[in-house]
Design a protein around this ligand. Structure first.
Ligand SMILES: Cc1cc2nc3c(=O)[nH]c(=O)nc-3n(C[C@H](O)[C@H](O)[C@H](O)COP(=O)(O)O)c2cc1C
Length: 212
């Protein structure tokens, strides 16, 4: 049951030396690639990072979060703002069998955030990318691989060290419309520990018909 996977998943920050096979890594990446998105726009790119120098730079960008260095693989999840540009958006509509509606979609601000502004494009992109990262974290757990989501590192959102951001963007070959938003550190858990779900109570977050 999927709920079992969701309930037993936890952030894993300490990894063994055991490598992750390509087969298992591809399962995790597929979970992200197949995630749903707004009009199927898929504004994401995933960078598989194993290079020690890149990991060291990410470690520095993330204020010394050690799970980056210990990870067998880091998936760099990129928010791809270019996906909303007319040509790219139209291409994905065409591929989704919606080509004949392309003009209507592209000229409708409810469907096309580019008509409103940069803030809306950014927030919609992050909204979509979150589905992909969430799917990958659950698939990693299902595949027996420990994973930690890392959002606290220097990028355009956190306004960290500008030099580090620049160096990272160059190293990963990102342009100014591609933001490294989230890192997923992956590896087999070194010392297994119990899952301890600390969450708000159902009554605090679930309501029926209206908030009380
Ligand atoms: C978007 C996002 C960003 C996060 N950033 C970090 C981070 O920078 N470092 C870290 O150690 N954990 C990070 N986490 C993990 C959370 O701290 C963790 O998911 C939360 O405390 C719940 O614990 P659990 O994952 O074990 O259930 C992040 C989680 C999410 C969803």
């Amino acid at each position: 049951m999927l709920l079992e996977e969701i309930s037993s998943r936890k952030s894993v920050r300490s990894y063994s030396e055991q490598p992750i096979s390509d087969e298992v890594l591809n399962e995790i990446l597929e979970a992200g690639r197949l995630a749903p998105s707004w009009v199927n726009v898929q504004p994401w790119k995933f960078i598989v990072i194993k290079d020690e120098k890149t990991k060291e730079l990410l470690f520095k960008a993330a204020g010394g979060q050690k799970q980056i260095l210990g990870a067998q693989v880091v998936i760099g999840c990129v928010a791809d703002l270019e996906a909303w540009e007319k040509k790219n958006f139209a291409a994905v509509l065409e591929k989704s069998g919606l080509g004949k509606y392309a003009d209507a979609y592209l000229n409708n601000s409810t469907l096309n955030p580019s008509l409103i502004g940069k803030f809306e494009v950014l927030t919609r992109t992050i909204e979509q990318l979150t589905y992909a990262t969430a799917y990958m974290t659950v698939q990693a757990h299902k595949s027996g691989v420990g994973c930690c989501v890392i959002g606290a590192f220097a990028n355009e959102m956190t306004k960290g060290d500008e030099n580090v951001i620049k160096e990272l963007k160059e190293r990963l070959n990102l342009n100014d419309k591609q933001i490294l938003l989230t890192l997923l550190t992956l590896g087999y858990e070194k010392t297994p520990r119990e899952t301890n779900k600390i969450r708000k109570e159902p009554a605090e977050v679930i309501f029926y018909e209206k908030l009380s």
